[in-house]
Design a protein around this ligand. Structure first.
Ligand SMILES: C[S@@+](CC[C@H](N)C(=O)[O-])C[C@H]1O[C@@H](n2cnc3c(N)ncnc32)[C@H](O)[C@@H]1O
Length: 302
């Protein structure tokens, strides 16, 4: 029995310390809930341990080939991925290709545009570069820029993704260092979903300043699907005003190493049409247009 426990502990620790950390934790806690008595169980553990070792070796070898021979940077560290999407998911890199890129093209098509039409593109609130990595491959002719308030993420991007784009730490409030009318296209995936109303207005004005005339901006919001689930007080505010900024009981922003103001915001379509049209022409709104989760808004500077 002691042998088996040692094996379990070993597997747990080794896997936990490897690239499979979340799987490893799950396997070891699952195993700890079981009773193992037979020789068969012991053999299964040893086989499992060997297979995990093989996977680890294979991943390290592939990583070396990717970095040394193909000169491609590895994905961002786990904690930076979790900070932007809330989990460490196998599809993190893939989602830039199979979700963000088609979502942007789909809404741009409303005005007969596509990403390839734009020479200068800014990812506003780029996090750790999920979209930029995909766009660097899919729209190689465009010059890409990424900005975020998250200093750690931008530093990581400067160190690892500088071949894909130019990165800049943005202040919490405008102005940015970008020149007037610098960008043909700006997009911000799940950024205004976290800001209080006054900050949102300041950023809309700044995005307007740095977008070229006849250029486009795409932003995403938490729409009806989300605010219909809110409590009666919040639902009342949404009904009356169409915008609600929810401050979680605990310090949500700080809990993921972002500032206090980083909370959760909700927008109705009427509110967007009324308030955002001061800054941009509202071209189209795709309800749940990204991953059946957030609404996608296409704006034009006219
Ligand atoms: C939910 S994450 C999404 C990140 C990225 N757009 C993606 O889809 O992977 C929101 C990001 O917005 C950034 N952010 C929040 N306020 C910002 C601001 N005023 N200017 C730029 N980025 C901001 C956060 O630091 C965070 O990286």
């Amino acid at each position: 029995m002691r042998f088996l426990l040692n094996v379990i502990r070993n597997i747990g620790l080794r896997v936990k310390n490897s690239l499979f950390s979340s799987v490893g934790t799950r396997i070891s806690s699952f195993l700890k809930t079981k009773h193992f008595n037979s020789l068969n169980d012991k053999e299964n553990f040893v086989t499992l341990e060997k297979r995990i070792d093989d996977c680890e070796a294979q991943i390290k070898q592939l990583s070396s080939i990717i970095q040394k021979e193909l000169n491609l940077p590895l994905p961002p560290p786990k904690h930076l991925q979790i900070r932007v999407v809330g989990s460490y998911h196998p599809d993190f890199i893939e989602s830039g290709f199979s979700s963000i890129y088609p979502v942007l093209n789909r809404i741009l098509k409303t005005d007969d545009k596509k990403l390839k039409d734009f020479r200068t593109i800014l990812d506003f609130g780029c996090g750790c570069g999920r979209a930029i990595r995909a766009l660097a491959t899919l729209v190689p002719e465009s010059k890409l820029y990424g900005t975020d308030i998250d200093e750690e993420a931008i530093q990581w991007l400067k160190n690892n993704y500088s071949k894909f784009a130019e990165f800049y730490i943005t202040p919490h409030l405008p102005p940015t260092e970008y020149k007037e009318e610098m960008f043909d296209f700006i997009f911000g995936i799940s950024v205004l979903t976290h800001l209080p109303e006054d900050m949102q207005f300041q950023w809309l004005a700044e995005l307007n300043r740095i977008t070229k005339r006849n250029g486009y901006v795409v932003l995403t919001t938490h729409g009806e699907k989300h605010y219909l689930k809110l409590d009666s007080n919040a639902a009342g505010i949404m009904k009356k005003k169409g915008f609600y900024y929810h401050q979680a009981g605990f310090n949500y922003g700080k809990s993921i190493s972002l500032p206090d103001f980083y909370q959760t915001a909700y927008h109705s379509h009427d509110y967007i049409k009324r308030e955002w049209s001061i800054y941009f022409q509202i071209v189209d709104i795709h309800t749940l247009g990204i991953d059946n989760h957030q609404d996608v808004i296409l704006l034009k500077k006219v």
